[in-house]
Design a protein around this ligand. Structure first.
Ligand code: KG4
Ligand code: ZN
Length: 362
């Protein structure tokens, strides 16, 4: 079956076409071995990022995001159909991001998905955005096998999950305040870097000296798998006030501070992931969400994995941040795991706040 995936939860409009037959046979909870190769189901995906538009405001402006999604959705649909050599009547089901995210932005993709599916006489599948991220590493050349521990690090969430299979998730720990991506974005602002902060802070940190600035590692020794990043941001704020004003000293000091911040985040994420693997007895760590694109995090986790003998999986770089491919995949897997995921009611009820644990057993 051909699944159209639509993502519009924040500042990226993403559409994708996923062919379940091309991926081979899938059984719920199956490992990605044998005849199932999830990556080969992805026929194409197209993305429009609104980053440039929001940059002058220093962050996402929800109303502008919604209006831009409306402008992009239909042209992107034409683009993916053209690229895959398909017609809209070939679509068997439409998967869309139902939440969590910005209400207005979610409504645009939801309305398009429901209207299109109704016109075609096909079902819709409302996908949880984080489930999309969680499953996105399955689209890589070397997909993980279930079960695994997932470290979900995005702009709005930081969670450790035990993943037994599609829809079988257990929350192990999460942030009590800011998400890791949010901490990157806020630190970027304090350092005078543009939105989105993650890539900019990461690039500046590469010029910094390890240990020149040492920042706190919140909750590192709490014995729990929860996180807290708000205090780290406050520590950056305190240090930023004392940055020297003159060049080139100022540039090096900013880079040292960025480096100290990245080292602290990476240390906390790495140690908590290791603790989650130890607690669950699992040997595979899957990292997903926008912060999984972070070079320093990849390098640190790769070193830990090598030392401890874990398997480590990331999404393809282009699929770390928001995209339609992960939504098409999640919709396809939901449908294959449970035929009742096909929804014919065509209601546009988005879920701006939607805990991933609500999906358990759903
Ligand atoms: O998953 P995502 O695209 O959107 C949400 O679901 O939130 O994640 C966006 C977040 C932003 O906070 C952004 O700064 C962060 O991911 N991010 C990064 C990098 N690329 C994106 N953080 C650190 N390093 C990066 N290279
Ligand atoms: Zn996301």
């Amino acid at each position: 079956m051909l699944i159209l995936g639509i993502e519009s939860s924040c500042d990226e409009t993403g559409l994708a076409l996923y062919d379940t037959e091309a991926a081979g046979s899938f059984a719920p909870g199956a490992s990605s071995k044998g005849s199932w190769n999830p990556a080969s189901g992805l026929l194409t995906h197209a993305l429009h990022s609104q980053i440039e538009m929001h940059r002058e405001y220093g962050g996402v402006v929800p109303e502008l995001a919604s209006r831009d999604h409306i402008r992009r959705l239909i042209p992107l649909l034409g683009e993916v159909l053209n690229r895959a050599g398909k017609d809209k009547h070939d679509i068997g089901a439409v998967a869309y991001t139902r939440g969590p995210g910005l209400a207005g932005a979610l409504l645009t993709g939801t309305a398009m998905a429901n209207a299109l599916a109704m016109a075609l006489g096909k079902p819709v599948i409302g996908v949880h955005h984080l489930e999309g991220h969680l499953l996105s590493p399955l689209l890589s050349a070397n997909p993980p096998a279930f079960p695994f521990v997932a470290l979900l690090v995005s702009g709005g969430h930081t969670q450790l999950m035990r993943v037994e299979g599609v829809g079988r998730y257990e929350l192990l720990g999460e942030t009590l305040d800011d998400a890791a991506g949010e901490a990157f974005d806020k630190t970027a602002k304090l350092l005078g870097l543009p939105y989105p902060g993650g890539p900019a802070v990461s690039a500046l940190a590469e010029q910094g000296r390890h240990g020149a600035v040492t920042l706190p590692r919140p909750m590192l020794h709490s014995g729990k798998l929860d996180f807290s990043f708000a205090g780290l941001k406050t520590a950056v704020l305190a240090q930023a006030r004392h940055l020297p004003a003159s060049d080139p000293e100022a540039e090096q000091a900013r880079a040292d501070l960025a480096c100290g911040f990245v080292d602290a985040v990476v240390d906390v994420l790495g140690d908590k992931s290791a603790a989650a693997l130890k607690q669950t007895g699992l040997k595979t760590l899957v990292v997903a969400g926008g912060v999984s694109a972070n070079k320093q995090l990849c390098a640190a986790l790769a070193a830990k994995a090598k030392k401890s003998g874990w398997k480590l999986h990331f999404p393809e770089l282009a699929l770390c941040t928001d995209n339609g491919a992960m939504i098409a995949l999640a919709g396809a897997l939901r449908l294959q795991a449970d035929a009742e995921a096909a929804d014919w009611s065509y209601t546009c009820d988005v879920q701006p706040r939607w805990p991933l644990e609500d999906l358990v057993g759903a």
